[in-house]
Design a protein. Sequence first.
Length: 490
Amino acid sequence: MTNARVGGAGRDLLPTDGPVDVHLDDGRIADIAPAGALRPRGEVLDADGGWLIPGLWDHHVHVVQWALVAQREPLGAAESAAHAARIMADAPVQADARRVGTGFRDAFWSDAPSLEMLDSATGETPTYLINADVHSVWLNSAALRREGFEPDGVGILREGPAFEISRRLNDIDPTVGDALVARMARDAASRGIVGLVDLDMAWNESAWTRRLAAGFDTLRVEFGIYPEFLDRAIAEGLRTGDAARGAESDLARVGSLKVITDGSLGTRTAACSHGYPGDPHNHGVLAVDPVILRELMTAATGAGLSCAIHAIGDLANSHALDAFALTGAVGTIEHAQLVAHADIPRFARLGVGASVQPEHAVDDRDLTDSIWADQTALPYPLRSLADSGANLLFGSDAPVSPLDPWAAMAAAVSRTRDGRPAWRPEQRVDAATALAASTHGGSTAAATIEPGAIADLVLCDTDPLSVDGTRLRAMTVTATLLAGRVTHAG
């Protein structure tokens, strides 16, 4: 690569402040020199003065569910339950004779969802509306019968039953699903993504082995293992960091045990110290008893698996941190949306990464100010966690938010979008921290561009450390390289 300017961490390692030529060999950076100092060898990519940064990662994706969004009716614009039902009345019927919509946010709807309302609009076609947070699903009577649930007058399933519905909806013909995943991966590469953490609720190793055998080569993947598969993973010797067995390449590797310990903000099931407005006895849901959580994490740790613990409410975060402390497990807390003041420094002290989704703060700002108004813990405490020394790892939780690392960085540095004032601006982080958190290993690892490093690289049109949130959201990626191989060229 010739005539590139280097952005991000590690600029002080370079031989010049000006443009450089970067020589790649066998998937790694072999040499960096002032522009024109190296004799070009092999294929040459002219950066034309563009900015070179380390390859970007999304540390929390539900791959198949995100890929399937392209086939599902968008419900983000639904202003009421009745509006959502009308949208689904006109939604296309899929090949499996279902209508599926996704992305509704019901917390501010003036009317309440009901079975009668949805049945009236959708008739006898099985119809499914998935909440934006994926923690609840609204089904009509035909869908409830198809899935074996008794109608209850409302048709809302939450938490475990809702996840089961998503598993069934995601269980499609692999030929179709893998094609959608391949398209999703190309779109991710166009945004500078070189890798992601796949937290689909399935036995993910076989799916990725199949995709790699069919030629998938666009991204690196670390795949999660859910508790129902933990015994199998241990019996078969899976360890975090190992390549998927039988795969055609080492692009897919074993990730962490994923445990969902509480609900979500939008579904009003995140486990919190204080009750929800209008329902003081509702403190959310602890989906996993703390004793069971420790047992799961102990078993995973003994088998060489790291842990990724979903915790949104402050009570869930406290229990998750306790479990890390008591078991000696390594890994991350996923989401960390509401954290007690006393728990902030425990992340760094215990070496627990904060795998967070900055766009959720922008999506949920009004919800947080409403249904978490009585909570005393810190909501979306990015700056507090960073200042305490915690390792931040950014992601999208797609399909909850779109898989777009630039949106995540923009939300983190500006805490706003669409021209609104910054929300809780004291929790903004600087662009360097946001960029580092969007690379493999997170903010304290600070991936650098230097000889010897793997050539997972992104070429973009602007220095991401020199622009505001609006410009970050509009960033143009001109090339993405995975081990020196071009996966996107704009």
